[in-house]
Design a binder for this molecule. Structure first.
Ligand code: GLN
Length: 275
C-alpha cells in the first residue's frame, strides 16, 4: 500500500499538482482506504478494484480536472457538499461571507434569509445549520440546482432550506428578508482569459460577471434591497480590488457599506444594513 500511494503521489507531482501526497491520500480515501488504514497498515496489499479506481481518479487529476469534482464531495464551513461538473466548488474564501451573516443572525435572532446565486448551497445551507433561520436558495443553472437539492438532503435541512430555481437578475417576490447574501459571478473579462487550469473546468456562468465583473452587483443591489427589511443585512462576496466600486453600488441603493478582509488580507466581503 505504501508503494502504491508513492506511485500515485509521483504521478500527481509529475503533472504539476502542488499537494501531491495529500491529494493521493484523498483519492485513496475516496477509492475506499481511509487515512487511518494508510497509517496503521502500510504493508497491506491493495485490492485491484481499489487500485484501478484510484489510478483512474489520478489520471483525471493529471489532466487538470479539479480534485473536488473527482472526489464528488467537498467540505465547507465544516459541512459536506456534493460537487461535480456544472457547479462552482465551495471555496474557503467564501467562509468569510458565511461568518459575517452568521454573526449578524446570531445577534439579531435569525429570520428569513435569501441566498442569491446559491450554487451548491454552501452559504445558505451552512447558515441554516448554524442559526435559527429559514433560507431560500436561488439558483438558475439546471446542473447547479441539482447539486443544491442534493446538498439540502445531505445536510438534512429540508425543513428550513428551500431551493428556488430562478434568475435573481429578473426575479421578483413580495417576501421580506432579514438578510440577503450572495456570492455572485464577479470575474472580469481579463480574469476569464487567465483562469487557472482547474477553474476552467467550472461553469463560466458561475464565474463571469461581465467585462468589469460588476454586472451582478449593479442588478442585485437595487432589486433585492427592496425585499430587505429595515435593519436587515445585505452581504456580498467580491473579487480582488472591487471593494470601492461595490461600496459605491451599495451607496446608490441607500446603504452605507463596510468591507471585510479575508485571511490573506484581501477585501472579500462588502456588507451593509438597510436603514
Ligand atoms: N472566487 C472565484 C474564483 O476566483 C470566483 C467565484 C465567483 O465569481 N463568485 O475563481
Amino acid at each position: 500500500m505504501r508503494g502504491f500511494v508513492r506511485e500515485l503521489t509521483a504521478a500527481l507531482s509529475e503533472a504539476g499538482v502542488d499537494n501531491a501526497r495529500l491529494e493521493a491520500e484523498c483519492i485513496m480515501e475516496s477509492a475506499g482506504i481511509s487515512r487511518l488504514t494508510l497509517l496503521t497498515e502500510p504493508n497491506m496489499p491493495v485490492e485491484s478494484e481499489i487500485s484501478d479506481a484510484a489510478r483512474e481518479m489520478v489520471l483525471r487529476r493529471t489532466r487538470g480536472e479539479p480534485l473536488q469534482y473527482i472526489l464528488g464531495e467537498w467540505e465547507f464551513y465544516g459541512y459536506p457538499f456534493k460537487v461535480g461538473e456544472g457547479v462552482l466548488i465551495p471555496r474557503q474564501d467564501t467562509e468569510l461571507l458565511t461568518e459575517i451573516a452568521e454573526g449578524y443572525l446570531k445577534k439579531n435572532g435569525g429570520g428569513l434569509i435569501a441566498d442569491l446565486c446559491a450554487g451548491s448551497g454552501c452559504v445558505g445551507i451552512s447558515l441554516a445549520r448554524r442559526c435559527d433561520c429559514k433560507v431560500k436558495c436561488y439558483e438558475l443553472s439546471e446542473a447547479a440546482f441539482g447539486y443544491l437539492e442534493r446538498n439540502i438532503e445531505l445536510n438534512e435541512v429540508s425543513g428550513t432550506v428551500e431551493a428556488v430555481r430562478a434568475d435573481v437578475l429578473t426575479f421578483t417576490t413580495l417576501e421580506s428578508f432579514d438578510a440577503v447574501v450572495a456570492n455572485p459571478p464577479y470575474l472580469t473579462k481579463d480574469d476569464m482569459k487567465q483562469l487557472q487550469r482547474e477553474v476552467a473546468y467550472e461553469p463560466q456562468s458561475a464565474l463571469y460577471g461581465g467585462s468589469d465583473g460588476l454586472n451582478f452587483y449593479r442588478e442585485i443591489l437595487p432589486r433585492w434591497t427592496g425585499c430587505l427589511k429595515s435593519g436587515g443585512l445585505f452581504a456580498v462576496e467580491i473579487g480582488i480590488g472591487q471593494e470601492k466600486d461595490v461600496v459605491q453600488i451599495f451607496a446608490e441603493s441607500g446603504m452605507k457599506a463596510e468591507c471585510a478582509k479575508d485571511a490573506c488580507g484581501i477585501y472579500r466581503v462588502v456588507y451593509g444594513i438597510k436603514r
